[in-house]
Design a protein around this ligand. Structure first.
Ligand SMILES: [Mg+2]
Length: 127
């Protein structure tokens, strides 16, 4: 593991500790995932009826288009992984997708750090 990965993973661990302290054990929360789940249902008429599997397909298409035109943005890559996770109803496959979401988020943090951006002090109570 690189030093930058280790730092980001420590930040993730610290945030997890803060989440647990703030919210307590949330392990009984329902997953709310599956191909027909409409994750953007509260976001207005354009996207509210779009099922997760279509969002995953569209996000993958967006990433593919960007890749063919100079490279995919981290935002598009993360959204693709998030929508893929939301489209899963099988717990094992969902877990695999969530690891991919976490890995992309960690990589994105590393890239920001490598650009020389100063990390924002953690502990803002985000979730
Ligand atoms: Mg994936």
């Amino acid at each position: 593991m690189s030093a930058t990965t280790g730092k980001v993973l420590q930040d993730v661990q610290d945030e997890r500790d803060r989440q647990d302290a703030k919210w307590g054990d949330q392990s009984m929360s329902y997953d709310g995932t599956g191909a027909s789940v409409r994750p953007l249902r509260e976001m207005g008429p354009i996207y509210s009826g779009t099922p997760a599997f279509q969002l995953a397909y569209r996000a993958t298409n967006q990433t593919d288009v960007e890749s063919r035109h100079g490279g995919a943005s981290m935002a598009s890559i993360l959204l693709e992984e998030v929508f893929e996770a939301l489209a899963e109803s099988d717990a094992i496959k969902l877990r695999t997708e969530l690891v991919q979401v976490a890995a992309v988020a960690v990589a994105w943090c590393e890239y920001i750090d490598r650009r020389g951006a100063l990390p924002v002090p953690m502990g803002g109570g985000s979730r």
